[in-house]
Design a protein around this ligand. Structure first.
Ligand code: URA
Length: 432
C-alpha cells in the first residue's frame, strides 16, 4: 500500500491488480483507515483515468453480493438520482415505465440528512414493507412488472467503508470516487438499463452544470464499459423538485401527477427519464414515441394501477391511492404568508430539506426515527409573482410550536426580486 500511495501521489496510474488489492484489502480490514484516507486524497488530487475508474468500480462491485436478475423475464431497468430535495421521481417514473412494459426491479435506500429516501416515502402507505425476500421480489416483478426492495446488507460493502471514510476526510467531491461509488452499487443491483438523474445546483453535490456534465459522462461511460445500457439527464436542483418536501406529502404529490392532475416540471422530468430508459432498452423507435407511450400510461390510469398493484403486493393498503386522506396526516398545518410583494428569485433547496428534517421528517443519524406526516408544501416556486400576505408554503407539523419555528425558517429560504424572474429550466442536458 505504501508503494501504491507513492505511485498515485506522483500522478501514476494504478494497475488492475493494485486497485483490487487495495479495495479488497481495505474491505477486509487489512489496510488501515489512515492509508486508505491518504489514497482517497491522492485520487482526489491526481484523478484516475477511465481504465482505473472502471477497475475500481468492478472491484468494489465484487466486494460483496451481487443481485442476479436472470429469473426475471424481460428488460430490467433501474434509475438513480444523485440526491435532491423533494425528489419523488421514482414514485412516478417506476410505475409509468412498468405500465409501458419494462421491468422495474429496484433497490432503494432511506433518507439521510436533508435528502429523502424512496423507502421512507413508500412506508407512508400503511403496512407497506420493502423488507421482502428475493423470491417474492422476483415473483412481483414477473407478475406485475414492478417491485422495490430495501438494500441488502451485503451489497457493495467496499462502498459503505470507503464512503464513510471519504465523508470525514474531505474526499467526497472526487469524480472517479463518486463514479465508482454510484456505479458499483447500480451494477451490483443487476439491471440491463440504467438511467441516472444527475442533479446540479444549490441542493446538489455538483454545484455547476459543467461539473454535473463531467459526472454524467463519467457515470454513463463506466456503465457502457461494464456492458449495460446507460443514459443520464442533468437536472436543476437550485430549488426543490415539485412542491412537496417530506414523506406522505411527497407521496400525495406523486399520486396527483399519476392521476394526471399535475402536469408541470415533475411530470416532464419523469417523461424524459422514462423516455431515455425505453430508448436505451431499444423497445421504441424514438424518444418521442416513448414519451407518447408514457403519457398514455398516465392518461389511461395504467401507471396509477401499477403503483396500486405494487403497494398491495408489498403489504400496503392501496385504498390510500384513491383517498389520500388515509396517508399519515400532520396534527397541525400552518400557511406561511409572504412579508412583501415581488417575484421569487431563489428558494434554497438544501435549507428547505433541513426544515423538513427539523420537523421530524428526515434523519440526523441513520438510527433516528422519522415522522412520515410532516413536511413542507411550497405554493410558490422560482419565477412566480407573490403579493404581500399571500401564502408561500404550508407547513405540516406535529405541534404549533414546531410549525411556527419552521415557518420562520422557511421565510429565510426565499429570495425575491422587484422585477419579473424567468422560470429556470428543469432539464438542462441529456447525455446518451
Ligand atoms: N452518492 C453516492 O452513492 N456516492 C458518492 O460518492 C456520491 C453520491
Amino acid at each position: 500500500m505504501t508503494d501504491l500511495l507513492a505511485k498515485k501521489r506522483d500522478g501514476g496510474a494504478l494497475s488492475t491488480e493494485e486497485i483490487d488489492f487495495m479495495v479488497q484489502g481495505y474491505t477486509r480490514g487489512e489496510i488501515p483507515d489512515y492509508q486508505m484516507s491518504a489514497m482517497c486524497m491522492a485520487i482526489l488530487l491526481r484523478g484516475m483515468d477511465n481504465r482505473e475508474t472502471l477497475d475500481m468500480t468492478m472491484s468494489m462491485m465484487h466486494s460483496g453480493e451481487t443481485l442476479d436478475l436472470s429469473p426475471i423475464r424481460g428488460i430490467k431497468a433501474d434509475k438513480h438520482s444523485t440526491g435532491g430535495v423533494g425528489d419523488k421521481t421514482s414514485l412516478i417514473l417506476c410505475p409509468m415505465v412498468a405500465a409501458a412494459g419494462l421491468k422495474i426491479a429496484k433497490m432503494s435506500g432511506r433518507g439521510l440528512g436533508h435528502t429523502g429516501g424512496t423507502i421512507d416515502k413508500l412506508e407512508s402507505f400503511p403496512g407497506f414493507t420493502t423488507a421482502i425476500s428475493e423470491e417474492s421480489f422476483f415473483r412481483s416483478v414477473n407478475d406485475i412488472g414492478i417491485a422495490i426492495m430495501g438494500q441488502t446488507a451485503d451489497l457493495v460493502p467496499a462502498d459503505k467503508k470507503i464512503y464513510a471514510l471519504r465523508d470525514v476526510t474531505g474526499t467526497v467531491p472526487s469524480i472517479p470516487l463518486i463514479v465508482s461509488s454510484i456505479m458499483s452499487k447500480k451494477l451490483a443491483s443487476g439491471a440491463d438499463v440504467i438511467v441516472l438523474d444527475v442533479k446540479c445546483g444549490d441542493g446538489a453535490f455538483m454545484k455547476t452544470e459543467e461539473q454535473a456534465e463531467t459526472l454524467a459522462r463519467g457515470l454513463t461511460r463506466i456503465g457502457r464499459l461494464a456492458g449495460r445500457k446507460c443514459a443520464a439527464v442533468i437536472t436543476d436542483m437550485d430549488q426543490p423538485l415539485g412542491y412537496a418536501v417530506g414523506n406522505a406529502v411527497e407521496v400525495k404529490e406523486a399520486i396527483a401527477v399519476l392521476r394526471g392532475e399535475e402536469k408541470g416540471d415533475l411530470l416532464e422530468l419523469c417523461l424524459t427519464l422514462g423516455a431515455c430508459m425505453m430508448a436505451e432498452a431499444g423497445v421504441v423507435r424514438s424518444v418521442e414515441e416513448a414519451r407518447q407511450e408514457l403519457l398514455r400510461t398516465v392518461e389511461d390510469g395504467s401507471a396509477l394501477g401499477k403503483l396500486a398493484a405494487m403497494v398491495k403486493a408489498q403489504g400496503g393498503d392501496p385504498a390510500a391511492i384513491e383517498d389520500t386522506d388515509l396517508l399519515p396526516q400532520a396534527a397541525v398545518t400552518l400557511e406561511v404568508p409572504a412579508e412583501k410583494r415581488g417575484w421569487v428569485r431563489r428558494i434554497h433547496a438544501e435549507r428547505v430539506g433541513l426544515i423538513s428534517m427539523h420537523l421530524g421528517g428526515g434523519r440526523a443519524t441513520k438510527e433516528s426515527a422519522i415522522d412520515l406526516s410532516v413536511g413542507v408544501v411550497l405554493r410558490k416556486k422560482v419565477g412566480d409573482s407573490v403579493e404581500a400576505g399571500e401564502s408561500l408554503a404550508v407547513i405540516h407539523a406535529s405541534c404549533g410550536e414546531k410549525a411556527r419555528e419552521a415557518a420562520q425558517m422557511l421565510l429565510g429560504c426565499y429570495e425575491f426580486s422587484d422585477e419579473p424572474v424567468a422560470r429556470p429550466k428543469l432539464i438542462k442536458q441529456i447525455v446518451r
